[in-house]
Every structure is written in structure tokens, then in C-alpha cells.
Design a protein around this ligand. Structure first.
Ligand SMILES: [Zn+2]
Length: 374
């Protein structure tokens, strides 16, 4: 094949990286032998990408809204630990979706606006939260050099065809003492959703994201994996520096370890779900992304589920996968045979809370062998 130009080091030394999944699902991944960046080559056409966006993002509205707010609050809490947000006067979120993060920033007293490629999403967000969202791609949004105190983007950089150029533009638009706050998915903890996707032209690890930020003249202040999210806080560097690249073999080994672990996790979960098909009524504990991911791997319509329980009162009265989200207190009078605990991070804690159901013969189904807590 023709060797592509690497989006990080601009060399022509990328080789195919076999993910073991169909290209229609994960794209054609290559890894740069010089800098370890994983990216798609050939890239998917705009038409193909569009199809995936429609399929991937037409999820349950009320569920995604409540999850969006949860995540936004977590991000604001992190930001408040790192910087004095009361000093932020100009903030832009790129790819803000319905603007939950912007809305939470506004609530925290920070004026903020967003730019969102989906006109429908932008309109919905403006109407729902009263936040300022421009329906546009960032490339067409007016350039404001040295204007912003804070720029943020969550799960955006892995979707763009030239992430380095995007970071270079962001650097231009930030004030010298401004901040960039971003998250991308990464090959860290294994959950049900695979990190390699047809709509992710780039898959980052911490080292390649840091190297790309340094290349774009940023200084990384904080970089940490939180579940499969890689969260970074950076600021414009006072002096340009030379990026440090990870060894491609080290990144490759991590990818193969991740894939083997994920296969094991998925097979274990499928085995458990198969056993439930012939049982009576069941329920799920956890009205979040883990439950939506579970449904993708094992369509939950195959089970006789009648409710989803979640301790977050803001979710009660909404639905997820067509099932009503209820207060866990309602489990007292619930007559089903089993409860599937879909959470990854809080599995052990939820098992402890629901332990009392076992006395009634209710089976608690956990998905992960790992029993930790974030
Ligand atoms: Zn490279």
C-alpha cells in the first residue's frame, strides 16, 4: 500500500495494525513506526462517516441527556480542582453536543459558548439550556486569536481528520495564560465498547496525545486515565519543545493486550447473558452508558426485563432502552428473578447495596471479574 503521512510526526512509516474486527466497524488502522500514533489509512469517506454518525448517535435521548449532565458535573469538579474558574471570562467548547458542559459552566458562573457541527443538536441545546451554541464545524467558526481563557473538547479530537492542525488553531485562539481541557477515549480499561471505531480516525494513548500537544506548542499540566477516558489539561507553552515519542512496539503490545483482555471480558459477559434468556422477569441496575454498551453486545430485548434501577434521582421518570428508570427503593416490592449490575466502576458498591435481595432469592448478575472502585 502507499504509505500515508503520519498526522503527528509527518513521516511515511506507518504499517497496518490488525484489530481483529471488520473494517466497517473499526476502520483501517495503521501505526506509525516512528511516533506510535494509531490512525486510519485509508481514511473513510465523508459519506461513510456520515452513515456511522447517524447510526451511532441516534441513541436514547433521555438517557444520553442524564448521562451528559453527570459527565459535565464530573468535568467541572475536576476543573475546579485544577484552576480558578472564577477568572475565566471567555470559554469555548468545540463539539459541545447539546451543551450540558456549557450549561454547568454557566451555573458555576462562567460565561461560555459552544460550536457544534450538528445543527439539530445545537438548536436543541440552545432551547433546552439557554446556552449559546453556533451550529457549525469548528473550521468554519470565526478565528479569534488570543481570545479565550478556556477551550474544551470532549471526545472530539479522535473524530477529526487532522488533529494536529486543530490543536495548532486552538493554541492560536487561547490567551497565553489560557487552558485547553480535553478528553479522548483510550486503550485503558476494558469495557464493552471497543475504543477503535470507524468514526475514530485517530486512537490516542497518553504518550501520543502528549506528543501531539507538545508539537502544537502546548505544555501538558495534567494527563490521567479515568476509565477509558484520557483526560488532559494543557496550556500554551512559553517555549517550543521537542515531542517525545513512545516506541511503536510498546504501543502495539498495549493494543494487543487490550484486545485480548476485551475478548475475554465480552465472552464472559455473553455467557452470563445467554443463561438469562430462559429465566423469568429481570431488571438492570444502572441507567448509564454501560447499559447501552451491554445492549450493543447482547441485544437486551432477548430478556424479559421490566425496569432499570438507578440511584440518581434526576434520571427517575425517564426511560432507557424503552424501560422506565426507577428509584432503587422500588426494588423492595419488585418481584423479578435477577438484577443485572451493568456498572464497571461501581460494581462492588452496588452488590453491597443489593445484597439484601439475595435473601429473597433474587440473583445478582455482575459483568466484570474486576471488583474495584474508581
Ligand atoms: Zn508518526
Amino acid at each position: 500500500m502507499n504509505r500515508p503521512t503520519c498526522n503527528l510526526c509527518r513521516s511515511h512509516a506507518a504499517a497496518p495494525l490488525d484489530i481483529g474486527e471488520p473494517a466497517a466497524k473499526v476502520g483501517y488502522n495503521v501505526i506509525c513506526e516512528i511516533c506510535g500514533l494509531i490512525f486510519h489509512y485509508p481514511a473513510m469517506s465523508a459519506e461513510e462517516m456520515k452513515k456511522f454518525y447517524v447510526d451511532d448517535y441516534s441513541g436514547n435521548y433521555s438517557a444520553s441527556e442524564t448521562i451528559g449532565r453527570d459527565m459535565a458535573r464530573g468535568r467541572i469538579a475536576f476543573l475546579q480542582q485544577q484552576i480558578d474558574i472564577s477568572k475565566v471570562e471567555t470559554a469555548l467548547e468545540i463539539g459541545c453536543a447539546k451543551g450540558e458542559f456549557l450549561s454547568e459552566l454557566n451555573i458555576a458562573g462562567v460565561p461560555a459558548e459552544g460550536v457544534e457541527p450538528s445543527q439539530a443538536m445545537a438548536g436543541l441545546g440552545s432551547n433546552t439550556y439557554g446556552v449559546k451554541i453556533t451550529g457549525s464545524v469548528y473550521d468554519d467558526f470565526p478565528l479569534r486569536p488570543g481570545y479565550y481563557d478556556l477551550m474544551s473538547m470532549f471526545h472530539v479530537l479522535e473524530h477529526v481528520s487532522d488533529p494536529l492542525s486543530m490543536l495548532q488553531r486552538i493554541k492560536k485562539e487561547l490567551k497565553p495564560d489560557g487552558y485547553l481541557f480535553l478528553e479522548v477515549p483510550t486503550i485503558a480499561e476494558c469495557q464493552l465498547a471497543i475504543v477503535f471505531k470507524a468514526i475514530h480516525p485517530t486512537t490516542f494513548v497518553a504518550e501520543t496525545l502528549t506528543a501531539m500537544l507538545v508539537e502544537a506548542e502546548f505544555e501538558v499540566l495534567h494527563s490521567a486515565e479515568n476509565g477509558y477516558h484520557l483526560r488532559v489539561l494543557a496550556k500554551p507553552a512559553s517555549l517550543p519543545a521537542t515531542p517525545i515519542y513512545p516506541a511503536a512496539d510498546v504501543v502495539k503490545t498495549r493494543v494487543y493486550t487490550y484486545l485480548a483482555e476485551r475478548r475475554r471480558v465480552v465472552e464472559g459477559i455473553l455467557g452470563k447473558m445467554q443463561c438469562l434468556i430462559h429465566k423469568g422477569t429481570g431488571a438492570i441496575y444502572g441507567a448509564g452508558l454501560n447499559t447501552l454498551d451491554l445492549d450493543l453486545v447482547f441485544p437486551l430485548k432477548q430478556l424479559k426485563l421490566d425496569a432499570v434501577f438507578d440511584s440518581d434521582t434526576r434520571k427517575h421518570g425517564n426511560t432507557i432502552l424503552g424501560l422506565p428508570i426507577q428509584d432503587p427503593a422500588a426494588l423492595q416490592d419488585w418481584n423479578g428473578e435477577y438484577v443485572i449490575i451493568s456498572s464497571y466502576a461501581f460494581q462492588a458498591e452496588i452488590v453491597r447495596q443489593l445484597e439484601y435481595l439475595k435473601a429473597r432469592g433474587v440473583e445478582l448478575i455482575t459483568l466484570y471479574e474486576w471488583n474495584g472502585h474508581e
